[in-house]
Write a protein that binds this ligand. Structure first.
Ligand code: IPD
Ligand code: CA
Ligand code: CA
Length: 311
């Protein structure tokens, strides 16, 4: 568990990137290298361009590997219950991503769902947060609707988030201060959405905790207040869909950092808001509730969720 306080890195607005006006600070000067597919920012001490290339390559290769493995039988195990699965493919993909990162950046840390990397995450200035397959139940049952999620944090700040859906070849990417993209298309949440017109998405637990935390706290309380609710089964993909405007908001009472670390950056870079339900900033190495949405109805949604969390 990380106890290091987040560093106050300079906030770089998209405008300053576009205009080429880069704030300097004790951490150095930011300079534009190119545009995504893509944009690259050079932050002294943090090689964002090399990290970006590596992260995109890892996500694409990991996705390809997962598709390959779907052609043959693979083992499926229960983690805590029949609703909590892990496959041999989850482990193999995470191992592949971790090995590839460490080959290029041996001093970086990795926080992955399958714990293939044993180091203590708080000890690393640069931390990669990986969910090799987010949506394992979908991977097993549907063979679609899952994603590879990779986020890179530097001194506690989210620098880059990637959510890659291999079955549709959709690469969602957010780079701090440089925007969000779906493949080559920039993502920007410009449409104003009223809560009553919003299509939301949520994750709920389907084990014994289902009635305690999940259904009562979110679905029932938002019934009648939003246009509809979906459960797609991959938090990372659902957050990426919020950034793309396919969904207007995503809410979960409890997620692991690898479920939301990349999605948070993509949502924020698309102009959305991603916080805990309390409104506090999302942690990056701890479990948390998550709400990510179009900014228009953020306060109203939080009001209903906060009320529901207390009642
Ligand atoms: C799960 C998915 C799901 C969410 C669960 C996660 P996994 O991740 O993101 O949507 O409801 O809380 O654990 O286990 O498929 O990587
Ligand atoms: Ca996950
Ligand atoms: Ca997973």
């Amino acid at each position: 568990m990380c106890t290091r306080p987040a560093a106050n890195l300079p906030r770089v607005s998209l405008m300053s990137v576009v205009l080429g006006v880069y704030p300097s600070s004790k951490y150095g000067t930011l300079t534009i290298a190119d545009r995504l597919g893509g944009v690259a920012i050079q932050l002294q001490g943090f090689p964002i361009d090399a990290v970006k290339q590596l992260a995109l390559r890892c996500a694409r290769e990991a996705g390809k590997l997962s598709l390959e493995r779907l052609k043959q039988p693979f083992s499926v195990e229960y983690k805590t219950s029949a609703s909590d699965l892990v496959t041999a493919v989850d482990k193999e993909v995470e191992q592949y991503v971790a090995d590839t990162i460490l080959k290029e950046f041996p001093d970086h840390g990795i926080l992955g769902e399958e714990s293939t990397f044993q180091g203590e995450s708080s000890a690393y200035e640069t931390l990669w947060i990986i969910d090799p397959i987010d949506g394992t139940t979908n991977f097993v049952h549907q063979q679609i609707n899952y994603a590879v999620s990779i986020a890179v944090y530097y001194r506690g700040e989210g620098m880059m988030g990637i959510v890659y859906d291999p079955s549709r070849d959709e690469m969602f990417c957010g780079i701090r201060g440089a925007g969000a993209y779906l493949n080559d298309r920039p993502l920007a949440l410009k449409r104003k959405v009223k809560l009553e017109e919003a299509l939301l998405c949520t994750s709920v637990f389907w084990n014994k905790r289902a009635e305690q935390i999940g259904i009562d706290r979110i679905v029932k309380k938002l019934a009648g207040k939003v246009r509809g609710m979906r459960l797609l089964g991959s938090a990372a993909l659902e957050m990426a869909y919020v950034a793309a405007g396919r969904l207007d908001g995503y809410v979960s009472m409890a997620l692991h950092p690898w479920d939301f670390a990349a999605g948070k950056i993509i949502v924020e870079e698309a102009g959305g808001i991603a916080t805990q339900i309390s409104g506090e900033a999302l942690p990056y190495t701890q479990n948390s509730s998550v709400m990510a949405c179009n900014p228009t109805f953020y306060d109203e949604l939080r009001f209903h969720l906060h009320k529901s969390a207390e009642s």
